[in-house]
Design a binder for this molecule. Structure first.
Ligand code: NAD
Length: 346
């Protein structure tokens, strides 16, 4: 028996996601996802919002990230296990689902490991386009793991970066990142120390993975006027910046209720002033106000970014063969005859 067409859910596998990215182009796709995030953040108040729901263990964290705009509902399942790379596994893996609020039926199931890297890069560069100093040309990229190339290409495509200065405690990671960025229109400089990496950089991205309060940047390393895109600190007890940097910075966040638990600002008092980035996007709050200001995007990753990415994918696969119809929903012709459907299948 064939499942009814209305109950088949489009499924985007890793393979099909990679085909789709190649079809659209990496930088183009990041830019388009950023446009979707920008328009969704500009209607921030129409979303249900909650800090993500974590399950912590000594090994890492598994999180659920739900949101809804009243018409569509989305969630992402994502993990963060910094020890994984030493076992040949990814630090971050994810999948996500979109559903129709009216029927509650799923409308998309997709891999989101690749998509998370794209949406995180899209969010970083989108926020950078609001906060980074004008005419920024050089970015320091500290932490050269799975997210790093996506970050570099996003800032190139959306903020006009032409040079990236790479640093990682693991030289193999830097070599991998440098090799992957060849012939992508960027000048790539592999650096031996974090101090060397930030030399002349107007934007500093920290994207390291370690389950501790690390000090990737100390206060004396950060000069006036830079924009810091801090994305690796995203869990209680997992941060990247010395507290003194926070005290000198104008801090921008996604959703304060989540960031105060997970972000760099967990090191500050609970009432330390921060600006929600959606308010800058809608013009209700100021972004960078002068050339000497240090702006800090304390990014942890928020559910609306995944919702935007899910909706982008749902639109992008329409009329293509970049998905498979998945029989994941029992949907008998007579809605109350679930048992009969089971018996007829014998
Ligand atoms: P990854 O494990 O692939 O890469 C992390 C890299 O950081 C590794 O190459 C490691 O050698 C390096 N590193 C560790 N400590 C360092 C240090 N002190 N100085 C320099 N480099 C150091 O992880 P990934 O998938 O690239 O993710 C990086 C971080 O970003 C993770 O902590 C992850 O949780 C976080 N993340 C945040 C968001 C967000 O939306 N904010 C999204 C995705 C991932």
């Amino acid at each position: 028996m064939q499942p009814s067409d209305k109950a088949l859910v489009p499924f985007v596998s890793v393979d099909n996601m990679m085909r789709l990215v190649h079809h659209i182009g990496v930088e183009q796709m990041i830019t388009q996802i950023a446009q979707q995030i920008d328009s969704d953040f500009k209607r921030w108040e129409s979303f249900d919002k909650t800090p993500r729901i974590p399950a912590h263990s000594p090994h890492g964290v598994i999180e659920l990230m739900p949101t809804s705009d009243g018409e569509a509902y989305g969630f992402k399942y994502v993990n963060g296990h910094p020890k994984n790379t030493s076992e040949g596994l990814q630090t971050v893996t994810a999948f996500g689902l979109l559903a129709d609020v009216y029927t509650g039926y799923p409308t998309l199931l997709t891999e989101m490991t690749m998509l998370t890297a794209l949406r995180t890069a899209a969010t970083s560069a989108l926020v950078g386009s609001y906060l980074a100093p004008k005419n920024a040309s050089t970015m320091a990229m500290i932490g050269n793991g799975a997210q790093s190339e996506f970050q570099c290409l996003a800032f190139k495509a959306m903020c006009g970066i032409d040079t990236v200065r790479l640093y990682d405690t693991d030289r193999n990671a830097t070599a991998k990142c440098a090799a992957n960025l060849q012939e992508r229109g960027l000048t790539v400089v592999a650096c031996q120390t974090p101090e060397d990496a930030i030399e002349g950089a107007q934007i500093i991205t920290t994207c390291t993975a370690d389950k501790k309060n690390a000090t990737i940047l100390t206060d004396n390393m950060v000069g006036p006027g830079v924009h810091i895109n801090a994305i690796g600190g995203d869990c209680p007890g997992k941060t990247e910046l010395h507290r003194d940097i926070l005290l000198r910075s104008e801090i921008f966040v996604e959703y304060p209720e989540q960031t105060r638990i997970e972000g760099e600002i967990q090191a500050l008092e609970a009432d330390h002033p921060v600006t929600e980035i959606w308010r800058v996007m809608t013009g209700q709050a100021k972004g960078r106000t002068d050339d000497r200001q240090i702006t800090l995007f304390d990014s942890v990753g928020f559910a609306i970014e995944d919702f935007s990415a899910l909706r982008y994918i749902k639109n992008a696969i329409g009329g293509t063969d970049f998905y498979e119809p998945l029989d994941m929903l029992a949907d008998p012709d007579d809605p109350r005859d679930l048992y009969g459907m089971l018996m007829r299948a014998q």
